[in-house]
Design a protein around this ligand. Sequence first.
Ligand code: 5CU
Length: 381
Amino acid sequence: MAPAKLLVDIHTHVYLPRYASMLRTRTSVPKIMSSLIDGKEQDRLLILDHEPSGGRPVGPQYWSRDEKIRFMDQHGISVSVVSTANPWLDFLPASQAQQLALELNADLEQYCSTGPTVTDSSIKRLYGFGLLPLVPEITTESLLDAVNQISESPHLKGLILGTRGLGKGLDDEALDPVWAAIEAAGLVAFLHPHYGVDVKAWGDKDNGHVLPLALGFPFETTTAATRLILSGVFDRFPNLRLLLAHSGGALPQLSSRLASCIDHDPVVASRLKHDARFYLGKLYLDAVAYGSEELGFVSEVLSRADRYETGNSSAVSPDRKIGSKRVLFGTDHPFFPPLKSTEKWQSVVDNLEAIDSVQGWTEEEKDGVRGANALSLFNIS
Ligand code: 5CU
């Protein structure tokens, strides 16, 4: 039995030691390099193309399990569902990606299974999202082997994936056997951005990481999820459980416009079984939105899906509670550390305050977003 009211973080990353070691051997991005700063050796992480300011400082908070637990304790987080951070295996040749996926999945299972347990319960404090070797030229068999490995790892509850797929994006029909296997195994697929949008969109002013992170990441997720909807993936795999990073980016805001554009497009109008807004109600969103109004809004958008179910003549009135059940607390740790040392990270405080202040959410709904929804989605008890 889960103790009541656990805080569960479903968006929290790690570069497992094996992955960090591999990044250290590399001479091109993504890489970890050692630089002499003020006479001291410092590791710096470069993962984004056109990374500003020679990358960012990186340390044990990115790979040490003790540091993850310390961070969780500092913020009252009981359970974390940890995922490898971007860019996963995207940049590796197929044979290396395949081997590393299997090794990292085994490492993550061990990271979780040998970690601590929530006091007075059998629930572990750490669960994980595994990895697939999603790179061009990988065989379907290798992808299915990785799905199978994850589904047989008791502490891996899903898998994290970027937007590139096998090189043609996630709407590539070649991925259908993978979606089928993920659906059949009941795993949660966590869709996370890495590439952002064309760097030319950001102009030539030095705005640090702000534009790629605040806009590029969510726009990338928006496009990838929209392409999945347009490809009919949710008609072919109606029980697929897809979790979108950063509260679904701009998709909730744009979903009625998307529906209208589909209705007016001779190529697409007859392709899907339902109105685009129906598929929004099938998604799960993290609550990494930093604002209560945004959280209230996305839960309303998720709630109204039934109204758009083809053949559902009794239009269901929007019930916010349905939508909030698909929203789950996350921190994005170890990213977004405070610039000055503080007792708690502002990014975490902001996300918790946002959940606490959503107008119209009951205490039960807030508890759901803080933890109960995650325990139920990931079947943790
Ligand atoms: O700050 C960043 O670059 C990132 C990142 O790369 N991945 C992520 O999940 N959050 C922030």
